[in-house]
Ligand binder design. Sequence first.
Ligand SMILES: NC(=O)c1ccc[n+]([C@@H]2O[C@H](COP(=O)([O-])OP(=O)(O)OC[C@H]3O[C@@H](n4cnc5c(N)ncnc54)[C@H](O)[C@@H]3O)[C@@H](O)[C@H]2O)c1
Length: 336
Amino acid sequence: MKKKKLRSKIIKIFKRHKLSEKHSKICADYLIKAEIMNVKSHGLTRLKMYCERIKKGLINSRPKIKIKKINSSISYIDADNSIGFVSSNIGIQQAIINAKKTGIGLVAVKKSGHFGLSSFYAEQAVKKNLIVFCFTNAPPALAPYGAKKSLFGTNPICFGVPTGKVPFILDTSTAMINRGKIRHAHKMGNKIPYGVALNKYGKITTSAKEALEGTQLPIAEFKGSGLAWMVDILSGVLTGSSHGGKVKDPFDDFSGPQNVGHLFITIDPKIFIGKRFMTEMKKNIKIVKKLPKAKGFYSILYPGERKNKIYKSNLKKDISIPSNILKEMEDLDVVE
Ligand SMILES: NC(=O)c1ccc[n+]([C@@H]2O[C@H](COP(=O)([O-])OP(=O)(O)OC[C@H]3O[C@@H](n4cnc5c(N)ncnc54)[C@H](O)[C@@H]3O)[C@@H](O)[C@H]2O)c1
């Protein structure tokens, strides 16, 4: 489907679900961006879930989002259970403003929801020539190292830095694969890769259904478990949001709002060495890229380069939408 047509369809659907025009546009743009980046797990496949939560009043369609200034660097946002895209958009914009004023911005967001890809927000800060960290917690998916039961989310870690060319954006979940990929595989009837999840009996499984009933594996065993825990502390405990396995799963827990927390940290890279930062940054990348290549490698990519290529090449193409998702969109468009 042509992107313009798809955008107006999504906006219409969100507006039917009582989101304002402005918020509907923000959400449509992020969902389409996920599709263009080929991260289908965070694109149109989630539209039905967001709408269901809005209909049930678990996502507040008309939130009164409050920004509390703690000082010129630090802000604290109460998202009032808004859809995560909207409050995170406000959060990163505030973090950019704060860093431009003082050299560093720290913005916590509480009472939020699933915000999609962390890179959506990191990119905005990098475009304004800032270094950025984005954190969010997520519903239980990983068993902490040594535990039998899932408790941490796939809690992504995102770090971005300007390079003068394609931004360096490391955006990775702390699980072997993000949970959305497993949900999407389940929806489309596909298998998941070997070695990323266990079934409820603790055996490796390639069945998406079994993986959703079991636990996902963290990256690098106890190190990944530790990183997921760190993200839960920064996004959940520090921000006053749910944590310790209490973030609700947006797909199958309708007992209340998700209460996800996000933390955005922005840093002006000129604070210590001034304009030399960019020269040194370019040098740094050049050194790594010049290294002799391992067998089977023709180039060394930095995080974000591959995704940027995918994004640019898909930008010219229409978006292909599987028939089951098209059907969901048709149904959502007739809701009262
Ligand atoms: N909102 C949430 O609750 C939530 C939870 C988990 C994940 N996510 C999002 O899901 C998305 C996907 O996560 P993922 O873990 O599947 O990411 P991924 O495995 O696709 O990529 C992880 C990182 O590795 C880099 N990378 C990939 N191939 C590379 C290569 N050949 N050389 C160098 N670097 C390379 C990518 O640029 C990226 O920064 C992320 O955007 C993340 O923010 C969101």
